[in-house]
Design a protein around this ligand. Structure first.
Ligand code: BMA
Length: 341
């Protein structure tokens, strides 16, 4: 595994952390679940809507080395906001899945398309990790359209059909051919949200100078005149990293990256920023919580004013927000993208 140049790891000056970060945390949510993070966000029917992951510790076991092993129950909660900053979490969870086969659903992402909300989510099952896609109009009834074969997750849907097809980004896990955790960002398309095909490699780990482990899609893309602007997450691993957060060892760092995809052919990267867009630096990102040094974007809103709001899970513990001007984000994506077949 290649060592990475540490000087790459800064957050550009055009990105501003919200002064009231974290915007949602355990204390804001009924029942105060241990961790509140990795949310999807959209604007729907005049409100900002956030669906967030709750992980609640229900048992602490001991590992052979004496360290604690936390067992979590997971569900998805919902909050509403008038300004995208101050959130009101609702009493009832809005989504959870479990059966003999399905262990949990988590990491939701929201896209509004043709007046309907589409939620993509990850599903842990006894036979692997699957990516789910469901539609809803009220966040109470969800119609599950599809679940991928294992292993796949981090799916995000584009907010409009392109050349008549729904398009998604996704992250399969090729465990034999690419080496441990060397996972890339792919895309595919569908006529009906149910049947997916024409899979293409969009961005590989080696295309990202601040990743040496894996990458994946983050928040659903937003449309700009320059292209589809979209975040991704990037992971670098350092075997010398030790205890960091609750776990005895946490060798990874997660950063958020940004790129522009071609408007007509969204499987092609037009431009990319070769440094992190959001680097873990604030205490709630890098010093406190369950797994420190984790930035995991899941929601991105382009306001009419040109302000972009990017929501992200921080340290797998709380939900935070940064803002930037859309033109500054486009200007960052100035390096040419890779050419993949
Ligand atoms: C990924 C997912 C995310 C999580 C991240 C950092 O593999 O499990 O849900 O936020 O790791 O722990």
């Amino acid at each position: 595994m290649s060592q990475i140049d540490e000087s790459l790891f800064t957050t550009p000056a055009c990105v501003t952390r919200c002064p009231s970060n974290p915007v949602l945390a355990s204390k804001d949510v009924p029942g105060e679940p241990s961790l509140v993070f990795n949310a999807g966000v959209c604007k729907y029917q005049g409100k900002y809507v956030m669906v967030y992951r709750c992980d609640d510790v229900y048992e602490v076991l001991k590992r052979e080395d004496g360290s604690d092993w936390h067992r979590f129950k997971t569900w998805i909660g919902i909050a509403y906001s008038d300004d995208g900053i101050k959130w009101e979490a609702q009493e009832k969870p809005c989504f959870s899945l479990s059966s003999d086969e399905i262990l949990r659903a988590y990491d939701p992402r929201l896209t509004v398309i043709d007046g309907k909300v589409v939620m993509c989510f990850a599903v842990d099952t006894k036979h692997g990790v699957r990516g789910g896609i469901a539609t809803t109009e009220d966040f109470e009834k969800f119609d599950i359209k599809t679940m991928t074969v294992p292993d796949n997750r981090n799916m995000v849907l584009f907010p409009e059909k392109i050349n008549g097809m729904y398009v998604r980004l996704e992250r399969p896990f090729p465990v034999y051919s690419r080496g441990k955790d060397r996972f890339d960002l792919w895309g595919s398309q569908s006529p009906d949200l149910r049947h997916w095909g024409d899979h293409k490699l969009v961005l590989a780990v080696e295309d990202v100078p601040f990743a040496n482990d894996k990458i994946g899609p983050a928040a659903p893309p937003v449309k700009t005149e320059a292209g589809w602007l979209t975040t991704f997450h990037a992971v670098d691993r350092d075997e010398s990293r030790g205890k960091n957060g609750w776990e005895p060892k946490w060798k990874k760092r997660y950063t958020g990256g940004i790129m522009l995809l071609d408007l007509e052919n969204p499987m092609k990267v037009k431009g990319i920023y070769k440094r992190p867009l959001i680097n873990p630096e604030a205490p709630y990102e890098s010093d406190e919580g369950f797994r420190q040094d984790v930035i995991f974007p899941g929601g991105m809103i382009l306001e009419d004013s040109g302000e972009v709001k990017i929501y992200y899970g921080a340290a797998d513990t709380v939900e935070a927000l940064v803002t930037a001007d859309v033109n500054d984000l486009i200007a960052l994506c100035s390096e040419p993208g890779p050419v993949h077949e």
